[in-house]
Design a protein around this ligand. Structure first.
Ligand code: GLU
Length: 496
């Protein structure tokens, strides 16, 4: 299928009920890639007709997530566009118009059933082991009676009059034609009694009015597709191309990826919300690259692909239909690759906000000297915090003195080790190479193993065992600070 040439109009149309999830982000990414590739438009439409589940925070969360990923949009509620408004609750008149047309054509009807009656029907269906649904009680009410009851003020919903027999065959760009039996479809509610449409009506009307050329959405919407197909047919509207993306699977390859964030066996959070990936410090480059490969591949072997290359190479032909596993290890690998590909300046500028948020008052100049030491060691940007915080404080906070004791030595051995290290360091010029040469000589002379000398120095000066490489760290800390911290450690041990 060749979709690449003509400019597409694609929309990402979330219902703002919760935080922006990676499942939605992958859909938005595919929209974005096709729009960029073809010089088309990527549209954000807020599908907020389900007022009960509406969560006002969700919209801001969506926008900030899209911005973090760099998925900029051409039309949307905040930026406007030729087809505004882009929030469904601001478009009610359109849905009313199309609901009316469907009624007039005999493809929709008023349903006067109370919610109590509907609950009763469902109870009975449940007992009979049938899926919940509606018994079409009002389907055959005559047009006259229906109108009279409505005019008398009886509340009603509007339902789609789905054919009871036969099939509807609908194309899917990835799957070919899909045949649905009408028998299993519900006379879905299109318009609620308060005049607000349901998703089914609103999505069709808006995709049509907004001239959407490709509806790209998750596989879970296939079951709604026949209802949408019927609405298009009843209204006599041309359908966009439908693309139902493969489901994203949990890391173990089983089941759809979780809707909520869980803590893994190692006590680490398993993020699924875009904002958590941002908070942890995944680079948008890595997220984009990783998510692009969830259901699409370039050639079955290329893994690292830049955004620009993706825009050039993405094609619906290579989107597959089998589930794609969300693999955190692979994402971490990607993030590491992208972190290492950044210049020191760029990486520093990306780390700085994380330090600031964590309350580390780092200055850029110093960080430019530290960044090369941690560039190889961090997987996500937030890991930098604990690797550099000790550079930017006068006094180390209390740390576990037991960490000072290296392998095969006891705490009692440490003061002597630290004292000799102090003597060595006090005498020399404080550059990386001088520090290295002198400390390595000290190792030889003392008969200690390198680690037995370096660990106490590292813990005394950094307050922790995991820190950037020692010689560079000491150089950046500076002689005065290093000697002061070593003295303090010796004193700490003496006080014990
Ligand atoms: N509002 C639907 C959602 O929450 C959109 C489904 C579609 O793209 O048609 O995902």
């Amino acid at each position: 299928m060749n979709t690449q040439n003509k400019p597409v109009r694609v929309r990402y149309a979330p219902s703002p009920t919760g935080f922006f999830h990676v499942g939605g982000a992958r859909t938005a990414l595919y929209d974005y890639l096709l729009a960029k590739q073809t010089g088309g438009q990527f549209i954000i439409r807020i599908e907020d007709t389900d007022q009960k589940r509406f969560n006002p925070e969700a919209v801001d969360n969506l926008f900030s997530g899209l911005r973090y990923l760099g998925l900029d949009w051409d039309e949307g509620p905040d930026v406007g566009g030729d087809y505004a408004p882009y929030r469904q609750t601001d478009r009610l008149e359109y849905y009313q118009k199309y609901a009316k047309i469907l009624m007039e054509k005999g493809h929709a009807y008023r349903c006067f059933c109370s919610s109590e009656r509907l609950a009763e029907v469902n109870k009975k269906r449940q007992k009979a082991k049938l899926p919940s649904g509606y018994d079409r009680h009002c389907r055959d009410i005559s047009a006259d009676e229906s109108l009279k009851r409505a005019e008398a003020g009886e509340p009603f919903t509007i339902r789609l009059k789905v054919p009871r027999e036969g099939t509807i065959i609908l194309p899917d760009a990835l799957r070919g034609d899909i045949t649905f039996k009408n028998r299993i479809l519900q006379d879905a509610v299109l318009m609620k009694s308060n005049g607000i449409p349901t998703y089914h009506l609103a999505v069709v009307v808006d995709d049509y009015l907004m001239k959407i050329t490709h509806v790209i959405r998750g596989e879970e919407w296939i079951s709604s597709y026949p209802l949408h197909g019927h609405i298009y047919n009843f209204l006599g509207l041309d359908m966009p191309i439908f693309v139902h993306l493969p489901v994203i699977l949990n890391p173990n390859g089983k089941g759809k990826i979780s809707k909520r964030e869980k803590t893994g066996k190692d006590g680490k959070i398993m993020p699924v919300f875009v904002h958590t990936f941002e908070k942890l410090g995944y680079l948008p480059e890595a997220m984009i690259n990783f998510m692009a490969l969830l259901g699409w591949s370039y050639d079955d072997k290329t893994e690292i692909i830049s955004r620009d290359e993706l825009i050039e190479r993405f094609s619906l032909d290579r989107v597959n239909t089998s589930g794609a596993t969300w693999n955190y290890k692979k994402l971490n690998h990607f993030n590491g690759v992208y972190i290492r590909s950044l210049t020191v300046e760029d990486l520093t500028d990306r780390i700085m906000p994380y330090l600031k948020k964590a309350g580390v008052s780092a200055d850029r100049e110093t960080m430019l000297r530290i960044t090369p030491m941690i560039q190889e060691r961090i997987t996500v940007l937030s890991e930098a915090i604990s690797m550099v915080d000790f550079f930017f404080i006068d006094e180390l906070p209390d740390y576990d003195v037991n960490l000072l004791a290296p392998k095969k030595k006891t705490l009692a051995d440490v003061p002597d080790i630290l004292k000799s290290a102090r003597d060595t360091l006090a005498k020399i010029e404080f550059s990386h190479d001088e520090i290295e040469t002198n400390l390595r000589n000290a190792v030889k002379e003392s008969g200690l193993k390198a680690g037995q000398l370096f660990q106490p120095i590292r813990v005394a000066t950094c307050g922790k065992k995991v820190a950037p490489p020692l010689f560079g760290t000491l150089e950046v800390l500076g002689k005065e600070c290093v000697l002061h911290r070593i003295d303090k450690a010796i004193k700490l041990l003496g006080d014990k």
